[in-house]
Design a protein around this ligand. Structure first.
Ligand code: NAD
Length: 389
């Protein structure tokens, strides 16, 4: 059973850019980072509105003089302090990720950046190289990838429990934007503006999550894809509010991905189903403590988090509380921040063995997400042509 006995010598001095008052995802970062005592929030540039950001940061317990007006001042001022920042999380709209992450890495900080990592594969590759040259962690906040039952799924695929993987169905299809909600929601509005959101809307906003889950669980290598995308709310064009992708993987497996914000009535519908030659497994983020395991010719089984029959030697299968209790989104995020902290610590100690044994969503996950988006745009805009990945 996991507990918080494991400590670093001292918590990582951590800050945030973005994630201010009223932001959708700021609290999730803070709740997850602080959960295991590995990170201490000491500074930030939390908001585009400097005064609101300062007041907000102070209310969180950050010293007022360390609540900065912008990220440039944050990185420069903290670099001048002996007790300055060691790591920063970036939870701002997509268009700012590249420049802020680059500045943070150049300032010698470990970075956790929101997804999609940047606007392009080229930008993300630049950041990956910069992080490597600075010996710094560049993590991408694919927060669902901390759910223990996804790690159980990964281990089952790795051990051959379902046979050879043949088909993968991925979907993240909610219904919250089935009408033009962006007219009254700033958080929705920027997502549908290509200058801020990037080359896609739903593909980048939610499609990248189930794509990353597919890569983590199956290890499949995409070969080519074909994409169809459209905006049912016409004012969202050229960005899509619905998309379907067909994928061919190297080795013969195939898959589909459905990303949608107009799936009326649906809360999330983030699911991944992996069909093997012997059996299938299926996971759904609305019931994240269970994994469906269906062996051909046998009754379906529902595996539960925290049970002795799981692959307990897999460090990804965290058990923060016994089986039967509902763990959720925040535990998943905390599991990822836990991994980020261990990676940052190992990197500073140049402990390559520890790093080799530690999985976390890294720059490669960010790059693959960008490649998915680039290929989808090229394919969809070319009449759903097949495009090499
Ligand atoms: P939001 O619009 O709700 O909040 C953005 C926050 O960043 C605001 O507080 C804003 O004032 C601040 N901000 C913007 N530009 C800034 C700058 N240059 N410097 C400092 N602060 C700045 O956005 P959101 O919905 O919280 O999304 C933020 C990012 O997180 C996006 O990239 C989004 O794709 C991602 N996201 C990820 C998940 C996930 O599950 N990993 C979930 C939601 C959002």
């Amino acid at each position: 059973m996991f507990n918080e006995e494991r400590h670093l010598t001292s918590p990582i001095r951590w800050g945030m850019v973005g994630g201010g008052r009223g932001s959708e995802i700021g609290h999730a970062h803070r709740a997850a980072a602080r959960r295991d005592g590995f990170f201490q929030l000491v500074a930030g540039a939390f908001d585009l509105d400097a005064e609101r950001g300062r007041e907000f940061g102070s209310n969180l317990g950050v010293a007022p003089e360390r609540c900065y007006a912008d990220y440039t001042t944050l990185f420069a001022s903290e670099a001048a302090r002996e007790d300055g920042l060691q790591a920063v999380s970036i939870a701002t709209p997509n268009s700012t990720h590249y420049e802020i992450t680059k500045a943070a890495l150049e300032a010698g900080l470990h970075v956790v950046c929101e997804k999609p990592l940047t606007f392009s594969v080229a930008e993300s590759e630049t950041l990956k190289a910069l992080a490597a040259s600075k010996n710094r962690v560049l993590g991408v906040m694919y927060g669902y990838s901390g759910f223990p039952m996804l790690h159980q799924a990964r281990e089952m695929v790795r051990r051959g429990d379902i046979g050879d993987v043949r088909v993968v169905n991925m979907q993240f299809a909610h219904g919250f934007h089935n009408t033009a909600v962006e007219e009254s929601s700033p958080g929705a509005k920027w997502r549908m503006n290509p200058e801020v959101s990037g080359p896609t809307y739903v593909l980048g906003d939610i499609g990248t999550h189930c794509w990353q889950a597919m890569e983590m669980v199956t290890g499949l290598v995409p070969d080519e894809l074909s994409c169809m995308r459209q905006s049912f709310i016409e004012s969202r064009a050229p960005l899509e509010d619905n998309a379907h992708v067909m994928v061919k993987f190297k080795g013969g497996a195939v898959g589909t991905l459905w990303a949608s914000a107009v799936n009326a009535g649906s809360m999330h519908q983030q699911k991944i189903r992996i069909v093997g030659s012997k059996a299938s497994i299926e996971w759904w983020d609305e019931h994240p403590n269970q994994l469906k395991y269906e062996v051909q010719g046998q009754p379906a089984q529902l595996l539960d988090r925290g049970m002795g029959y799981l692959y307990g030697d897999n460090p990804g299968v965290c058990a923060r509380i016994g089986g039967g209790h509902a763990e959720g989104f925040f535990e998943s995020w905390a599991n990822i921040y836990h991994r980020f902290a261990l990676a940052m610590d190992a990197m500073e100690r140049h402990d390559q063995a520890a790093l080799d044994g530690l999985w976390y969503p890294d720059a490669d996950a960010g790059i693959s997400g960008n490649r998915l988006l680039e290929c989808c745009v090229e394919s969809a805009d070319g009449g759903s042509a097949w495009v090499k990945f």
